[in-house]
Design a protein around this ligand. Structure first.
Ligand code: PEP
Ligand code: MN
Length: 342
């Protein structure tokens, strides 16, 4: 269920509609949009009495939302959500006209490795640094990540080079630490349907980057995002896909004289991971070009200064110099689309 407020509705009116919803034992999710605020209602197993809500001051109408996901959908918010990621060098914006680039190694291996990569990435202008301190690996014998010492190394990268840090949490315990030490909490493909982890991420105070599960349908992906949003993490998260075929879900509809862009299903920003999406170094650049051309909101690229020595995903990692070339091409494509690259 969705309550649509008048464009000139006051904060007070929005608050009293929320109070009414809560008094009915339901959860209210006010979502401010460009033109008006909509209030999503969750927790209703049966029908909600529309009359009570529709008669409140400032309400235009109540709309039943029949999809299994609501808060992530365009019914609730038709304009693109812009996620703000605070970093030591100022906010990085993702969504709308803003494209955000993230680069760094698959895994945090040593302090020397991360600082060397960060030093070589800094001149490219990229502002978000990725690297896993917790690595969910297919084999229990593969490198599992450094854990908390890895998060502390990423904090050194932030301190010395001013990057915002994107890193994965694999369970509730690591999520507490990632929330404390990093700037963006990544939930990886293998955990896309770990519902208790999704709910914990939704209660976090930092943006969440949710990765699409290996064999998840688009509906399953959006429902996983709904778990995060339903805990209150509006405005704070983005979706990510490693699957190139998802590119077909990003139609651009530029209108003359306007920078209007719409995605078909969700207002949330969508990032593409051309590294895990292809698994091959030489395909990273072509997929990055394609992803930006069809309207994604950013890229996550695995970069290593010595890919042949990487403890994980060296085959798909590119060199910092190759990333610089990729970024320069992406900026040119973005310019044609009237978008800016963070
Ligand atoms: C990663 O981003 O390094 C990662 C582990 O990705 P995925 O969740 O796709 O395995
Ligand atoms: Mn990886």
């Amino acid at each position: 269920m969705l309550v649509v407020m008048q464009s000139h509705a006051t904060d007070e009116q929005v608050r009293s509609v929320c109070d009414k919803i809560e008094s009915l034992g339901l959860k209210a999710h006010p979502i401010p949009g460009a033109g008006r605020t909509a209030i999503g209602i969750t927790g209703n197993n049966g029908a909600v009495d529309l009359g009570i809500l529709e008669s409140l001051p400032g309400v235009v109408e109540c709309i039943p939302v029949t999809k299994p996901y609501k808060l992530v959908s365009l019914d609730v918010k038709s304009d693109p959500t812009i996620v703000r990621i605070p970093t030591p060098s100022g906010d990085v914006l993702v969504g709308g006209e803003h494209l955000a680039m993230t680069a760094g190694p698959c895994a945090v291996e040593t302090e020397e490795q991360c600082l060397a990569i960060a030093q070589q990435l800094k001149p490219t202008g990229v502002r978000l640094f990725r690297g896993g301190a917790y690595k969910p690996r297919t084999s229990p014998y593969s490198f599992q990540g450094l854990g908390l010492p890895g998060l502390k190394i990423l904090a050194q990268v932030r301190k010395h080079y001013g990057f915002g840090i994107v890193t994965e949490a694999i369970d509730n315990e690591s999520l507490d630490l990632v929330e404390e030490w990093a700037d963006v909490i990544q939930i990886g493909a293998r955990n896309m349907q770990n519902f208790s982890l999704l709910k914990r991420a939704g209660r976090a105070k930092k943006p969440v980057l949710l990765k699409r599960g290996m064999s998840a349908t688009l509906d399953e992906f959006l429902m996983a995002a709904e778990y995060v949003m339903s805990e209150g993490n509006y405005k704070r998260h983005a979706l990510r896909t490693r699957r190139p075929h998802l590119l077909r879900f990003f139609p651009q509809h530029p209108r003359p004289g306007r920078r209007a862009r719409r995605k078909k299903r969700s207002h949330l920003p969508i990032l593409v991971d051309p590294s895990h999406g292809t698994g091959k170094r030489h395909k990273v650049l072509p997929l990055s070009r394609a992803a930006v051309a069809v309207g994604c909101d950013g890229l996550l690229v695995e970069v290593h200064h010595q890919p042949e020595k990487a403890l994980s995903d060296g085959m798909q990692s590119i060199l910092p110099t190759e990333f610089a070339e990729l970024l320069s091409e992406i900026k040119q494509i973005a310019q044609v689309l009237h978008r800016r690259v963070n």
